[in-house]
Design a protein around this ligand. Structure first.
Ligand SMILES: Cc1ncc(COP(=O)(O)O)c(C=O)c1O
Length: 435
């Protein structure tokens, strides 16, 4: 049995295609709390949470217990063959906890992309319309429709066409790089939101649009937090035209932004919400929650899948919600986020490579640039900073179309000493590499 990271990587290269990428060249063996141990026994502070999945903690004892109990009882029947209670209970929880107090329903699938695909299916069935509107810098997954809705071409789309038809894209409210040239939020007339009206005049008939799919905060696109007014306005325009608003909360959901869902922080209520990632603390599970009459539009048998809403994943998700409540993880997200924001802002004062510090709750990031006036993405520096952090015991991940955004998604249970130590490493690395 080979043991070293390098030997394992050699086996991986032979056995697995190059397509699935890696942020690090270290093989994980075990993880607890906010720490991961690799094949050589080296321990790392985890600033990624498996890309926003491990929201509570690696193997949180309460989640572990619930999973073990469920495994002993029932692992799989397929919800379509013989239903089981944890699925229904989790649906009830999400119906109650998602924004908006209209009658809601939820159904489950396996991945974020699958949730987005299904939200669009449901919206099409409800409206009888074909088209979908999405945004620049959006990420919605890697399936055919998911990658079509996704904005970034390399690596997500190049070579993979033809894409799904009837998808229209408009700019997001990326204020740091305002697509309409507004010099700052104080002089902003929300041209980006009004651009939706322009699309309906020159790009697609709004009467043929089933859904608008939007991340309330861009995830892979670089942790871009739009003004709440932007979301409010586009939701309003969609309502004028009977378009179903889908908030993709796959990355923002389950406490990360300081509330269970980012839409709550933003004060907006979508028709449908897609969830995945942190919902089940690492077990594959995703869902679509929203207005009951919209979710009831597809015919019996029109929604589903073999594994969707697996009993073990549902048990993990129910326990995850309990942990979020019991440990006030929404409050903790705000606290951690504020710590990170203050550290990043200090760095911004010192180092011209830090172009912008932004985020919501514990979804914090800094965008690195080679020059503050040109805002040229510091792609290479961001890559080197990730390697520096890894070599000093911290796993980080980047984001942004330019690959120049350092984003933090640590498990919310992270010890404050670990958070500070990880931030010390990022600070030292940035000073050394940009000096
Ligand atoms: C907002 C958003 N939607 C959808 C997805 C796709 O999720 P999955 O990788 O589980 O298919 C992601 C993944 O990062 C995401 O961030």
């Amino acid at each position: 049995m080979t043991r070293s990271n390098q030997q394992l990587m050699e086996r991986r290269q032979k056995a697995v295609p190059r397509g699935p990428f890696h942020v690090t060249d270290r093989f994980a063996v075990r993880a607890r709390g906010a720490r991961i141990t690799d094949a050589e026994g080296t321990e790392y502070i985890d600033f990624t949470g498996g890309i926003g999945v491990v929201g509570t903690a690696h193997s949180h004892p309460h989640v572990l217990e619930a999973v073990k109990r469920q495994v002993d009882l029932l692992i799989h029947t397929c919800f379509h063959v013989m239903p089981y209670e944890p699925y229904v209970r989790l649906a009830e929880e999400l119906n109650r906890r998602t924004p908006g107090n209209r009658a809601k329903k939820t159904f489950f699938c396996n991945s974020g992309a699958e949730a987005v695909e299904n939200a669009v299916k449901v919206a099409r069935a409800y409206t009888g319309r074909p088209a979908v509107v999405c945004f620049q810098n959006a990420f919605h997954g890697r399936t055919l429709l998911g990658m079509t809705l996704t904005s970034k071409v390399v690596p997500y789309k190049k070579g993979f066409g033809p894409f799904a038809p009837e998808v229209y894209r408009i700019p997001y409210a990326y204020c740091y790089r305002c697509p309409f040239g507004a010099p700052g939020p104080e002089v902003c007339s929300l041209e980006c939101a009004e651009n939706l009206r322009e699309l309906f005049a020159t790009g697609v008939d709004p009467d043929s649009v089933a859904a608008l799919v939007v991340e309330p905060v861009l995830g892979e696109g670089g942790f871009v937090v739009p003004p709440a007014r932007f979301l409010y306005r586009i939701f309003e325009i969609c309502r004028e035209h009977g378009i179903v608003v889908v908030a993709d909360e796959v990355q923002t959901g389950f406490g990360r932004t300081g509330a269970l869902f980012a839409c709550e922080v933003m004060g907006v209520v979508p028709d449908l919400i897609t969830t995945a990632k942190a919902m089940a603390s690492g077990f594959p599970l995703s869902g679509v929650t929203g207005r009951a009459e919209v979710l009831d539009a597809p015919q019996v048998g029109g929604l589903g899948g073999t594994y969707g809403g697996n009993p073990v994943s549902c048990a993990a998700a129910l326990a995850t919600l309990e942990v979020i409540d019991q440990e006030d993880l929404c409050g903790r997200a705000k606290l951690l986020g504020e710590r990170v924001r203050q550290r990043f802002l200090r760095l911004r004062d010192e180092l011209p490579v830090v172009g912008e510090v932004r985020g919501l709750g514990a979804m914090m990031a800094m965008e690195l640039v080679t020059d503050r006036s040109t805002k040229e993405p510091a792609t290479d520096l961001t890559q080197r900073l990730g390697q520096y952090a890894l070599d000093h015991g911290v796993v980080t991940i980047k984001a942004g179309t330019g690959g120049n955004v350092v984003r933090l998604l640590p498990p919310l249970c992270i010890e404050e000493a670990d958070l500070e130590r990880g931030l010390d490493v990022l600070e030292a690395g940035l000073k050394e590499l940009s000096g």
